[in-house]
Each structure stands twice: as structure tokens, then as C-alpha cells.
Design a binder for this molecule. Sequence first.
Ligand code: TRP
Length: 331
Amino acid sequence: MRQSGEKRVVSGMRPTGPLHLGHYFGVLKNWVKFQEEYTCFFFVADWHALTSEYAEPHGIKPFVAELVKDWLASGLDPEKAVIFQQSQIKEHAELNLLLSMITPLGWLERNPTYKEIRQELISKDLNTHGFLGYPVLQAADILIYLPDFVPVGHDQLPQLELTREIARRFNHLYGDLFVEPQAKLTVSAKLPGLDGRKMSKSYGNCIYLGDEPEALRPKVMSMLTDTKRMRRKDPGDPETCNLFPYHLLVTPETDREEIRRKCTLAEWGCVDCKELMLGRLEEFLTPLRDRRRQYDNPEIIREILHTGNKKAVEEAAVIMERVREKLGFNF
Ligand code: TRP
């Protein structure tokens, strides 16, 4: 049970593919910090993955363990954070059902993420109840742990606002129970993909956290740099270069002035700059690879999830019992 003064964080990720550097610097790095400061509940949102992958549910399973491995490699510690799997906590589904009764359709239809993804993913038929109701399930995932904060990016703010609205409506109809969680906005440097577009699996322009050196080198060497720098003797501009944001993340600040100078005065070429960045990236990825190896055993992952699921269900069951009491559905 919750200790007095304890602050809680809840967040989840859909298991739809391996994580890349954008995930690390945009999300995971913060999670790793939060586990030192708060009681954290981090879950694999496998039911959420089903909203778009319902036609091939078996494709989701392999990514569940892989996602957890990416988390552990990044430094999440199962001794510090509760790491669990959404579909194993049936209370999320029960709360989703009850919250769906009180959520006006208009709130869901107006959700900008809903409109956007439906347009983006035209290859899939997302004309389903489950997809429209995604934010209700998300509200259930969050509210059931009574968290103070939910780490989200800017694009997820409208979804979190819906969670807060649903909490308010529940409390208004049935009496106070849920807290309205605050967004913990992640301010992260934008990291472009290898080709300068947003780093995304669907563009095939990612550096994955699990990339081995053999895969990494050709990726870095093929990176787009400053497109206006045509020849080695042309001066470059780090501000418009695609490589420089990587230096901002993996190269110590003290070295960056020199990189800037060598680029803008054409003292070195982009290949030299890439070699340096590759070395730093390797230094960054080495401890991740070492940790990943420690966890490279399906039994260990299963055990971690099993333990996390047990802790999560203990919390969720208590709140669900209070929810049932509020509605007069307790036995
Ligand atoms: N919507 C999130 C995503 O697409 C995943 C998610 C599901 C989530 N439930 C959540 C995130 C609750 C934060 C809190 O990645």
C-alpha cells in the first residue's frame, strides 16, 4: 500500500518493436531517473498494442520480452521500479469497462491523437470500438495506481487531459477517489534519424539500443550531415547538420566547441566527425549491451514480470475494490 508522502509515477509503452536512441533520450533516460525519486509503475502496454495489431496478435508476444530487455539494458532496475505486463492485471480491464460507461463519445471523437493516427495508418482498419476507446483504457491504466505524475511527451498531452477529465467525472458522479495526475513533460533534444527525418521504425532510419558494432558503423557512416556542405573544403554548419544533435547527446560538452570549430572552418571532414561520434556512441552503448547480456535469458525476464505483476495487482486490487464500493457493485 501507498506510504504517506510517497510520490508515484505511472507509464507504459506499446510492445511493437525494438527501441531506438530516440526512445532512450526522449523517454527512458527520464524513467531511469524517476525510479530514484518516485515509486514507479512501468508496464508493457500489450492490450494497447492490440488496438492497431488486432489482426495479428501473435506478433505482439515476442516484443514483450524484448521491450523489457530494452528497459533493463537502459538501466531500469526491477528492485526499484515495478515492471509489469498490462494484460496480466485484469483490474485494468474492469476499470476500463466502468470508465467507458461515463466517458462521453464526443471526448473520444475530438481526441487529436485519434484523428491523426487514423489518417496515418490507412493501411489498417482502425474503425473499431477498441481504437476509439484507447484513451479510456489508458485512463484506467493510470488512475488505478493513483499516481501523482505521468511522464509524457507534448503529443500525449491531450490524452492525459482526457484521463484527468475522466477522473473528475468519476469523482463527481460517485464520490472522490481518483487523483488527477500531472503531466511530467519530457524536455528532450530532438534526435533526427539517419536520413534527417524523425527517427522511426517505419522510415528504417533508426539506431537501435541493441545494435551491435557491426551494424552501428555502417549506419553512422551513411548518415546525412549538412546537405549544403558539398566538398571537404566547404565550411559546414552544425546548426543544420544532422550529425551534430548526436554529439549534443553523447559527446562531452567540453569537446563540442572544438567540433563546431573544425566544422565551421572546414578543418576536418564529415567522415572525421562521424568517426568521433561513433566512438562516443560506442562508449554510450557498451554498458547497455553489457546489461542486456545479463538479462538475455527468457526465464529471467519472465521472473521479473511475474514479480512485477504481483506487486501491481496488489495495488490495483485495492483500488478496484474501492471503485466497486463507490458504485455499489461490491459483494
Ligand atoms: N499510449 C502510450 C503509447 O502509445 C502507451 C500507454 C498506454 C501509456 N497506457 C499508458 C502511457 C498509460 C502512459 C500511461 O506509447
